[in-house]
Design a protein around this ligand. Sequence first.
Ligand code: SAM
Length: 402
Amino acid sequence: MNTAETGTIAAILRKPVLLKQDLVAILAATDPADIERIRAAAESTLLEHCGPTVRLRGLIEFSNLCVSDCLYCGIRKNNREVERYTLSDEDIVESARWCATTGYGSVVLQSGERRDRRFIDSLVRNIHAIKDATRSEKLPDGVGITLCVGELARADYERLYQAGAHRYLLRMETSSRELFAALHPPAQSYDSRLACLHMLKDIGFQIGTGVMIGIPGQTIEQLADDLLFFRDLDIDMIGMGPYIPHAQAAMPPDAPLLDVATRMDLAFKMIAGARLLLRNVNIAATTALQALDPVGREKGLRFGANVIMPQVTPLHVRQMYTLYDGKPCLGDTASQCASCLEQRIHSVGRRILHDGWGDSAHYARRHAMNVPAAMQPPAIGPAQPAIPSHGARRVIPLQLKP
Ligand code: SAM
């Protein structure tokens, strides 16, 4: 055992504020005792700031039509081998209703990217219909709705927020401009994606972002910068997982791919690093973790994650939403996924939050720190359009620590 290195990690974990070099050391740690120290510190930070519950979001992959061409992605526009689909409104609403009756308090509506009027109109219609179909005594405002549908115009984001969606996931994929440019065609820009994240936050969404871990050519320093990027953007949620190749992706062939074990170790250390740095954000143990390790999501929970997105996409389209090779749960019904999940979560000593939205404690704190409108100085400049604050209304302000 390398005692000098062990001493360094132990000392880093006692620091009240982590700097870039600390995050690099955490991500570079290889000694099993150090990795266990990092894991245990992340888990206890999670329990202190977010509690022991795991929050569920039923994942509805409602369409694989996409106008973008991210080079790593299996459903990119130029992959002609994908059979394209869009679920009917009935299938989408029924999947959400199933989530509500099963005790999942939230859903994620995810798809490829489209920016046409018809797409936005149908999404707005489905958000309303899901709310109507899932209101109950336990969920007076229906299920919580997270969207993950990519880059849109501000007016479209506003419509979706007004319709009742209150969380939005938009992964930056990497905070490195150079790496981003290597992974996307010139028409997809770093600045445009970043501008969307700022817009979403400004509108009032709880915002989530994330990166892929182990992208060919990515460095530990870039991953540490990703964590600092999350902090500087003051995000509420993180969804990140290992990069996994897809047979019909268009990745440049030159950079070598890290082996699975190294990518997974890095992914777990990234979850732990995010938890240690940001403390009260929601962090997902993503499906990609399970694709490379049958108990990858459980390990993600043990390294500080507190959100799981069980598959509820109808079986007849599930294999058409293949972002990377080896996607798990392709043949399991939503009920099979539900019962398997409960056991998996219990196996790591955690329990499910039933019938709740499970919003990010970070958002609650961010919102609680906003000065009440009555105490604010009069507005200067043109009036802003009235946008409902349903996201804010649902959160219970936490006790603020000094
Ligand atoms: N189109 C929307 C967007 O870009 O935000 C949402 C859907 S997109 C397919 C969801 C996420 O899948 C991406 O943000 C990306 O991180 C992840 N993904 C795509 N291809 C992947 C791959 N080969 N390995 C790991 N994750 C991948």
